[in-house]
Design a protein. Structure first.
Lengths: 358, 371, 152
């Protein structure tokens, strides 16, 4: 059966037999880089069209339905439009920072792709601190938003950036603690080991109530961290027109847009890895026949299925809830989520020490 | 903006909300002095869509000037026309046929529902929830179709004329209105499920934009804004016109004095409007739809004042006549203008995010304010 | 309270007041100098309690301006119309914004549209007309805009 790891393996074999090891390594890196950029572009297209279709479905309308079959090429057409649009830089802007900010957002999103296990044995870089790497690199995201807001020389942008700074920094704590609860269970920060530890059941089911609480907190915190509604205060359109990217147009705007969607994908991938077993198929105890059928579904399908389910959840939030106010947003984090996740972590630690989980 | 800049102290941020801004729903220009996220002062600058309808009306005849008023508060076009028609009729002392009166009231109430539907969707959109807008338009579309059939227009309807209504009802009118009522009753619970009961929404609305009853009166507020503060102000109840005194409906009063109270008033007002329509729709009397009036109307010398309850509050039409075919002076007392004046009072000290909630519950329609 | 009763009370409050007949509501003509004092009494008098100023406007009679104030009491549901004649060349009148806050906005509108100068107004500046507007007041009868005028 064809699987992503087999394809990767045969490419590796072919390269190492044809070229000397150094060139083979360089070529492999180039291929990986191109693949990531390709995935980036495809994700952008797919997620945008998905968002619009989900929105349309929730809002009892049709959504894009003109370009291509059922409007599926709409986001490709939009990309072309954004590419050929003029990228304006305001006169009063700090030009260097203004132009740099979207690229930082983009680079951060790309860096985050590295430790994600897309399928069985198919991972760019299985470093032993994978989860720590993700949560630390994603913090850089706030710098690009602050940079964009500050350099635009626009009061709306500045306010959006300040809101975003306060928001991302605070919600990272909850997200981090929610991640830690799973790390406590697995005893490892390595993505492959975390996935492997869920071979006999996903942590969401094995970890009792603390895991479920951690999952809920994680979903709330990452929604806030990616600036998605109902936490989209940084770009609250009815208050700040477009927040930190008010002054951006053309491709520079598209990069922000793209990085937002890729970030959503990444946090959902992390969520799927930690709580829903990554690429692990769904197994129930000793129902061997059932488990066997589940094994036939390719691991990449499992991974993307879970990830897109979580993405759908986040989109569902966006099209249902009104936006929070800035003080309510911070109250929610500091007065509710953070204490709850701290207690939850303690509970989980106790569970792990006593070995009460499955 | 220059004046506001002069009043700031160090650390203040002056921002222009509008004239082009997603939350002002039109060309309202607010100059806001902020300290961090906290509002220190809100100063409206008007006139971006001022068409000087009052001046224009001075050179239009008593038949013509009514059509301009549909463009004032475009969401209650029928009710604006109604006020003008009533005022001219008061001057002419014309008795309007009962059929016309009933038709007018049904149209008014349909307009009120349509206006509140749009307000509901737009206000939820201000708070960041886009979906309610589409749900509101689903019902509003049915009303628009009814309007289109009978009046020929979907937004700036011109149907009420001095003496009655312009033409008779469309044959499908009754059936379609009943269908709408069915649809409305089937769907209204979705409004509560989607927005009213939402915990985020309630937190955004409760305790926000406190308007005390004394201030509501002193600032000349009217309509749901005052009723949200527990002040009875429904012109239909207090100073009935047409057949409102024969109808059964409740004046909705909430005592919360905050944005949520104003929100509830409007939501429950829609139910009352449906109740009024239900009483009338099967009992439209036969007869003329227009009283016999002269081709050229001349009002006697004098002053005439007529007020009606629009979706936004008390609309007054003040006609000063010199006995000619055109009014000597017309003043429209628009509800939005007075309601806007209270914005600075209730917004000072709250967060920028609350401002859109307050503006949403004041239900500002800019052409109504600018006239 | 009926018009006749109102009339007697107001005649007591301000003997100089002249009553106009024919309108729907009791109409009182007062001098500009007496306006503020009478307005204060109208809103403070517990029997009258005119707490709601629902319409404030001005009429240009070519020879003079007339300020028109429509008042009502939300408590007793009675109405009163106050009228003040103003000199067309120097229209000065006391502001009523201290008594009814809604007057502040309406007076700003009248100020720019008719050029009535409201004394002691807290914030008397242009509201609707663009900043730096020069020339006549648009709602006066002799206003003509030579550039944009469309004659009907």
């Amino acid at each position: 059966m064809w699987s992503l790891s087999q394809i990767a393996g045969s490419i590796h074999e072919w390269l190492s037999t044809t070229f000397n090891p150094t060139i083979a390594l360089v070529l492999e890196m180039v291929i990986a880089g191109v693949a990531i950029i390709g995935l980036f572009a495809v994700l952008g297209l797919v997620l945008v069209i998905m968002e619009r279709k989900v929105a349309a479905w929730i809002q009892i309308r049709l959504g894009p339905n003109r370009v291509g079959p059922k409007g599926l090429l709409q986001s490709a057409a939009d990309t072309v439009k954004l590419l050929v649009k003029e990228g304006m830089t305001p006169d009063g802007a700090d030009k260097f920072l203004f132009n740099l900010a979207p690229f930082i957002a983009m680079i951060v999103a790309m860096l985050l792709m590295a430790p994600i296990a897309f399928a069985k044995d198919f991972q760019l870089w299985d470093l032993n601190i994978g989860i720590l790497y993700v949560s630390s690199v994603s913090s850089i995201m706030v710098i690009s938003i602050l940079m964009a807001g500050w350099s635009s020389n626009n009061k709306y942008s500045l306010m959006g950036a300040m809101r975003s700074g306060a928001q991302i920094v605070s919600y990272e704590l909850s997200a981090g603690l929610a991640i830690l609860t799973i790390v406590v269970l697995t005893g490892s920060l390595q993505v492959s080991e975390i996935v492997q530890s869920q071979a006999n059941g996903w942590w969401l089911f094995k970890g009792h109530i603390p895991a479920i609480i951690a999952f809920v907190i994680f979903m709330i915190a990452v929604t806030a961290e990616t600036n998605r509604a109902p936490f989209d205060l940084a770009e609250a359109e009815s208050e700040l027109t477009a927040g930190f990217h008010t002054e951006y147009s053309g491709m520079k705007f598209a990069l922000f847009f793209l990085s937002e969607y890729v970030n959503v994908f990444i946090v959902c991938a992390i969520g799927a890895t930690l709580f829903l077993g990554g690429w692990m198929p769904f197994h129930i105890g000793n129902w061997d026949a059932f488990n066997h059928v589940m094994d036939y579904i390719p691991s990449s399908v499992w991974f993307f299925g879970k990830t897109f389910f979580l993405i759908f959840l986040i989109m569902w939030f966006r099209w249902t809830f009104p936006r929070l106010r800035i003080d309510q947003l911070l109250n929610l984090e500091w007065k509710y989520l953070l204490p709850i996740s701290m207690v939850n972590l303690l509970l989980m630690t106790a569970l792990a020490i006593l070995g009460w989980h499955f | 903006m220059v004046e506001e800049l002069g009043k700031t102290t160090e650390g203040d941020l002056v921002i222009n909300v509008g004239p082009q801004h997603p939350a002002t729903h039109g060309v309202l220009h607010l100059v806001i002095t902020l300290n961090g996220e906290t509002i220190k002062n809100v100063e409206p600058h008007l006139g971006y869509i001022h068409r000087s309808i009052e001046k224009m009306s001075e050179s239009l005849t008593y038949r013509q000037f009514i059509y301009v008023t549909s463009r004032m508060d475009y969401l209650s076009a029928h009710i604006n026309n109604h006020a003008c028609a009533l005022c001219v009729e008061k001057g002419l002392q014309v008795e309007v046929p009962e059929r016309a009166q009933v038709i007018r009231v049904i149209m008014d109430e349909l307009t009120r529902i349509a206006s509140h539907e749009l307000w509901w969707g737009a206000m939820a959109m201000d708070l960041g929830a886009l979906t309610p807008f589409f749900y509101a338009f689903r019902e509003r579309e049915t009303i628009n179709e009814i309007m289109e059939e009978t009046c020929g227009a979907r937004l700036t309807m011109n149907y009420m004329v001095p003496g009655g209504v312009l033409q008779d009802l469309h044959p499908d009118f009754q059936r379609k209105v009943k269908e709408f009522i069915q649809l409305y009753k089937r769907k209204i619970h979705e409004y509560d499920e989607l927005v009213t009961g939402n915990i985020i929404f309630q937190n955004r609305m409760k305790g926000v934009g406190y308007l005390s009853p004394e201030d509501a009166i002193s600032y000349g507020c009217s309509g749901p804004v005052t009723r949200g503060s527990g002040v009875s102000s429904d012109i239909r109840k207090r100073y009935p016109y047409e057949i409102y005194d024969k109808l059964e409906f409740d004046e909705i009063l909430e005592t919360g004095c905050d944005s949520f109270a104003r929100y509830l008033v409007r939501i429950r007002e829609m139910e009352q409007s449906v109740r009024i329509i239900e009483q009338l729709i099967d009992n439209i009397p036969e007869g003329d739809f227009q009283a016999k009036t002269k081709a050229v109307l001349k009002l006697p010398k004098g002053e005439f004042y007529q007020r009606v309850e629009t979706a936004r509050g008390e609309l007054g039409v003040y006609i000063v006549s010199e006995g000619g075919t055109t009014p000597y002076r017309i003043k429209y007392r628009s509800p939005g203008f007075s309601n806007l004046s209270v914005l600075n009072k209730i917004a000072t000290g709250s967060k920028l995010g609350d401002l859109v909630a307050m503006m949403g519950t004041l239900d500002l329609v800019i052409p109504d304010i600018d006239r | 309270m009926q018009n006749e009763e109102l009339k007697t009370i107001i005649a007591e409050l301000l003997p100089a007041a002249a009553f106009e007949e024919g309108g729907e509501w009791l109409t009182v003509q007062v001098e500009a100098a007496d306006l503020l004092a009478l307005a204060g009494k109208l809103s403070n008098n517990p029997e009258l309690n005119f707490n709601y100023l629902f319409c404030l406007t001005c009429v240009d009679w070519k020879t003079h301006l007339t300020m028109v104030y429509h008042l009502r009491s939300t408590q007793y549901n009675h109405h009163l119309v106050l009228k003040v004649k103003l000199n067309r060349d120097q229209p000065d009148v006391e502001t009523l914004s201290a008594i009814w806050r809604t007057a502040e906005f309406h007076e700003r509108e009248v100020y720019e549209m008719f050029g009535v100068n409201f004394l002691n107004h807290p914030d008397l500046r242009l509201l609707i007309l663009p900043d730096g507007w020069e020339g006549k007041n648009p709602l006066r009868k002799d206003f003509e805009d030579p550039i944009n005028m469309i004659k009907l």
